[in-house]
Design a protein around this ligand. Structure first.
Ligand SMILES: *Cc1c(COP(=O)(O)O)cnc(C)c1O
Length: 393
């Protein structure tokens, strides 16, 4: 009888939750006692603390990251008639946010080394109608702030960052979310800073944008029962904010732990580079907060193919008890929901190829050295086992 190998989960929040359980219960109990369930003290406290930690003056808590993008863009005055540039290689929520504010999304390809937006490609799609660019700090690595600021300055663009995967990331002395006019974060449970449900925040340096957001998230009412526009109901719950207040002081250490795990992976995986298994490049040094640790399994499109396909590697890792993910398997422009935008296969060749080649390995604070070794051991076994024979007729 063979026993199944111990599983290495893709994400496991129990380590951080176990350690903070008593504090989290206490914080939730305080909300219960105060009874300020909606826009209460915990929300005000968290907005101030997260904005300060991210080096921005104003924070406005909303219901989720998608709302943070949609409402944040709207508060920046972006809407119909405006074009907004964003990467094809992102989670669909970035695109949904642009569409919800009424603007026209303009997608661009990504850099094959990092998966981040290709800023050279951005310059080629700028028109007189371009109002904003959304750099997505994907996988935990910021897009270069200096290059973004030069671009925005040259063409008069608003920078609105999607920092949903990059809480407290840094690059060139900038914190994620502090480069431009405003930025959006998500507190979905598995993000680097996660609530026990949905949550989000917009950070801004502009007092008028902040005021506009406070109204927009609250039925468009700058004061009670007085509505200056058609807003919505999108608020960060007090109970979620209470949880986030407990977790925020630990975020720096958690990010550092993620970074150390990534360095372990980098060292252990370096022998596989020659075989076409290549981690995405870190260009932000210690400022990369590794929301995800993603490698490319080269398919042979450019250069030597890996001895195994991404699909077979993923299957074998699963069989060995190692959970992996693909972020993301189908780029935004090829999703059926957005067919109306008129993009087609072949429009963003790098994003399309990467979607076939990328694989994200287990990554979370609490992942042990033994687990890291199990992941790399399983990967080694998978590569050394010959691919199933293709029978010819
Ligand atoms: C998670 C995520 C979002 C959306 O956040 P939600 O809170 O799930 O709405 C947006 N953009 C990116 C890049 C994300 O990873």
């Amino acid at each position: 009888m063979s026993s199944l190998p111990a599983t290495v989960p893709f994400v496991d929040l129990s380590a951080q939750h176990d350690a903070l359980q008593a504090e989290m219960f206490e914080a939730m109990q305080a909300v219960l006692q105060r009874g300020d369930y909606v826009l209460g003290q915990a929300v005000t406290d968290f907005e101030a603390a997260f904005a300060q930690a991210s080096a921005m003056p104003y924070g406005i808590g909303v219901a989720c990251g998608t709302d943070a993008i949609a409402l944040g863009l709207q508060a920046c005055g972006i809407g119909p008639e405006d074009e907004v540039i964003l990467p094809a290689n992102t989670f669909v929520a970035t695109l949904i946010g642009v569409l919800r504010c009424g603007a026209k999304p303009v997608l661009v390809d990504c850099d094959p080394l990092t998966g981040l937006i290709d800023l050279v490609a951005v310059e080629h799609v700028i028109t007189p109608s371009t109002r904003a660019i959304i750099p997505v700090h994907l996988y935990g690595q910021m897009v270069s702030p200096s290059q973004l600021l030069t671009l925005a300055d040259t063409y008069g663009l608003i920078i609105f960052e999607d920092a949903a995967q990059a809480h407290l990331a840094e690059r060139e002395g900038y914190k994620a979310g502090s480069i431009g006019t405003a930025s959006a974060f998500s507190f979905y449970p598995s993000k680097n800073l996660g609530a026990l449900g949905d949550g989000g925040i917009v950070l801004t340096r502009d007092e008028a944008v902040a005021a506009q957001l406070r109204a927009l998230r609250n039925y468009g009412a700058p004061r009670k029962y007085y509505h200056t526009e058609i807003g919505t109901n999108s608020r960060l719950d007090s109970i979620q904010a209470a949880i986030l207040n407990v977790k925020l002081p630990h975020l720096g250490i958690w990010n550092q732990t993620r970074h150390e795990i990534a360095e372990q992976y980098n060292i252990l995986l370096s022998p596989f580079k020659a075989q076409g298994i290549i981690p995405l490049q870190n260009q932000a040094d210690t400022g990369h907060v590794y929301h995800l640790y993603t490698v490319r399994i080269l398919s042979g499109e450019d250069g030597n193919p890996a001895p195994i396909s991404r699909e077979v590697l993923q299957e074998r890792l699963t069989a060995a008890g190692v959970e992996t993910g693909i972020h993301y398997p189908l780029p935004c422009h090829l999703q059926p929901a957005f067919a109306g935008l008129g993009y087609r296969a072949g429009d963003f060749p790098v994003a399309e190829q990467m979607s076939q080649e990328i694989l994200s390995l287990p990554m979370y604070p609490g992942l042990t050295e033994a687990q890291i070794n199990q992941v790399v051991g399983a990967l080694t076994d998978a590569i050394e086992t010959p691919m199933p024979m293709q029978l010819s007729a």
